[in-house]
Structures are given as structure tokens and as C-alpha cells.
Design a protein around this ligand. Structure first.
Ligand code: HEC
Length: 131
């Protein structure tokens, strides 16, 4: 922006500067700092993070739930520990994802059973952050 501000009148400069400042970029949670679910592993959380963000198994989760998993117009916030479906336990999250995959095959990506377990561990971890 700086060269633009030097070249142009300040009104144009502001027009470019304000939207950039107002829309904070969503921050992808650091999987290394997330908790690990009961009977789950750190590796599952790490793989789940990659699936969620479209880096494995053709996962599409972030497209609807957001890069920061805090939700978009097309998918709800998965980080607040409040669930529309079930109690947020590993088994409840797994049932929800399994149900969605049956309802709309391919919408969530191409997940093997191991991929489902990994992304379930990741979603559990998102909903059980301490801070
Ligand atoms: C096409 C958009 C879309 C995609 C892709 C998608 N979701 Fe969702 N998801 C939704 C919507 C919308 C809801 C809320 C459904 C409802 O209210 O019935 C939801 C609900 C959920 C829930 C239940 C949340 C709750 O509060 O109970 C979980 C867990 C979840 N999604 C995980 C995932 C995961 C993991 C992926 C990727 C493997 C994924 N979703 C991909 C749109 C999407």
C-alpha cells in the first residue's frame, strides 16, 4: 500500500487500507498445541488437521467450517465446545461425520475409516481447547 499512498490522493489510499485492516485473516490452529482425545493420538490430530484443510484425502471441511474452524455461512463453528449434534464426544462427532458422508457422499472429501478417525480426533481437539 505504501507506494500507492505516496502516488495517489489520500482518499484512494484509505479505500485500499481500510478493508484490509477490517477483515482479519482467519488463523489456522496449530495442531501441535491442540489437546489429544481419549484413546486418540497426536498423529491422528495432525492428519486430521491436514484433511480438514484439504491437504489429505481431498478433505473439504475448511471450505464450509473455515480455515480457523470458526464457521462460515455454510458451516458452523467447531471450536466453541457447543454442538448441534450430540455431546461433542469422540463417538458423537464420529456419528455426525459418518451420517453426513452417507447423506452427501464426497462432500466431505474421500475419507477412509482411518481418515475419519483422524478428522474426528481433530474436531474433538478443536472443541476442547483450554483457552
Ligand atoms: C458443504 C459444506 C460442509 C462441508 C464440506 C463440511 N461440513 Fe461439517 N457441517 C456443515 C454444516 C452446514 C453443518 C451443520 C449441520 C446442521 O446444522 O445440521 C455441519 C456440521 C458438522 C459437525 C457437527 C457440528 C455440531 O455442532 O454438532 C461436525 C462435527 C462437522 N460438520 C465436521 C465436518 C468435517 C470434519 C468435515 C470434513 C471432513 C466437514 N464437516 C465438512 C457443512 C459442511
Amino acid at each position: 500500500m505504501s507506494w500507492l499512498c505516496k502516488l495517489r490522493a489520500s482518499a484512494l489510499c484509505l479505500a485500499f487500507a481500510i478493508p484490509a485492516a477490517a477483515a482479519a485473516d482467519p488463523v489456522r490452529p496449530d495442531p501441535a498445541r491442540l489437546p489429544t482425545p481419549p484413546n486418540g493420538t497426536r498423529e491422528q490430530v495432525a492428519l486430521g488437521d491436514r484433511i480438514f484443510h484439504g491437504e489429505a484425502a481431498d478433505g473439504k471441511c475448511a471450505e464450509c467450517h473455515g480455515v480457523d474452524a470458526k464457521g462460515t455461512a455454510n458451516g458452523n463453528d467447531l471450536t466453541v465446545g457447543m454442538w448441534i449434534w450430540g455431546d461433542g464426544s469422540v463417538s458423537a462427532i464420529k456419528a455426525t461425520i459418518g451420517h453426513n458422508m452417507k447423506m452427501a457422499p464426497g462432500m466431505d472429501g474421500r475419507l477412509t475409516p482411518a481418515d475419519v478417525d483422524a478428522v474426528v480426533a481433530y474436531v474433538w481437539a478443536l472443541g476442547h481447547q483450554k483457552d
